[in-house]
Design a protein around this ligand. Structure first.
Ligand SMILES: NC(=O)c1ccc[n+]([C@@H]2O[C@H](COP(=O)([O-])OP(=O)(O)OC[C@H]3O[C@@H](n4cnc5c(N)ncnc54)[C@H](O)[C@@H]3O)[C@@H](O)[C@H]2O)c1
Length: 281
């Protein structure tokens, strides 16, 4: 048994097949936790060259195993409540317990690359890319509204609800939900994404109140401009609006997730931590 601070723990990361979720999975594995990943597309890293270039094995699960822990992956659409519950029960059964949940799946995506039927090429590259929301507060299509609310607030709630009995059974646990600076402040536009992320903050606070007596902490992170494949390079925007004059990295977010999933945050619950480099407007 290693003396890493999360050895003996089992962590579930949703949306862990690429981007920030992949970073959280690798960080938790490096701290000794066994890791389960649930994603609607376990090969999501192949969509963007930025992520494909970072992979050091065929899948994120294999990357976690290379760090010396057990890992498993399930391909599930977390907007389906029954499927989410079944998948999380399977994780707890297969891994033996569940201690940590990072409910990260989400984003401003309206159509995923793998849902496009005509193989249409975008962005001048070879890949078919995801489409992100273009809604405004006064003009958002029904389809966009439903999709963005579904993949953010509903996936978060279904995941937390299904994980709760297992965290209670483990005698306590850590839940990290993922909001956004767009959920804290309406100035960034990007509607209805911000709305769905604001709802996650409210849900996080309520859930923390309910689960405190079971030794389960529930906190949200609210990343700002973070470089992932889906959102591309936003250096210029970051130089304009971020006090630290750079866009954030996946590692910047992993540090806060490490804090919220370890004993360092033992007396922190129901809170939101912004990871935005000090956004100034
Ligand atoms: N990158 C940023 O700048 C930024 C800023 C603020 C918040 N966030 C949030 O961080 C999280 C990760 O963002 P990212 O940039 O890494 O995005 P991403 O699209 O690269 O990763 C999201 C992952 O979630 C999965 N996913 C989405 N809907 C799902 C569903 N219904 N069921 C199962 N899996 C699903 C996707 O397949 C993907 O692998 C999201 O919740 C996003 O809103 C990101």
């Amino acid at each position: 048994m290693s003396d890493k601070k999360l050895s003996g723990k089992v962590a579930l990361v949703t949306g862990g097949a690429r981007g920030l979720g992949r970073g959280y999975a690798l960080r938790l594995a490096s701290l000794g936790a066994d890791v389960a990943i649930i994603d609607r597309n376990l090969r999501g890293a192949e969509v963007y060259e930025f992520e494909r270039a970072q992979l050091t094995a065929d899948t994120v699960m294999a990357e976690c195993e290379a760090l010396g822990v057990r890992a498993m992956g399930l391909e599930v659409d977390l907007t389906d409540r029954a499927a989410t519950e079944a998948a999380i029960n399977q994780v707890a059964q297969q891994m033996g317990r569940l201690d940590i949940l990072v409910a990260n799946a989400g984003g401003g995506t309206v159509v995923f690359a793998d849902e496009k039927q005509n193989g249409e090429k975008q962005g001048g590259g070879n890949n078919v890319l995801d489409d992100v929301t273009t809604g405004t507060p006064s003009n958002t299509s029904e389809e966009m509204l439903n999709r963005v609310m579904d993949i953010n607030i509903r996936t978060c709630m279904y995941t937390c609800m299904a994980a709760t009995p297992h965290l209670k059974a483990a005698g306590g646990g850590k839940i990290v939900t993922v909001s956004s600076t767009a959920g804290v402040d309406a100035r960034g536009g990007y509607h209805p994404y911000g709305l769905s992320k604001a709802a996650i903050i409210h849900y996080t606070r309520s859930l923390a109140q309910e689960l405190g007596e079971f030794n389960i902490t529930v906190n949200a992170i609210a990343p700002g401009i973070i470089r992932t494949g889906r959102l591309g390079d936003r250096t210029e925007r970051a130089e304009e609006v971020v006090a630290l004059k750079r866009q954030g990295t996946i590692e910047d977010c992993c540090g806060v997730v490490e804090f919220l999933t370890t004993d360092l945050s033992a007396y922190v619950t129901g809170r939101v931590i912004l990871i935005d480099g000090g956004m100034i407007h």
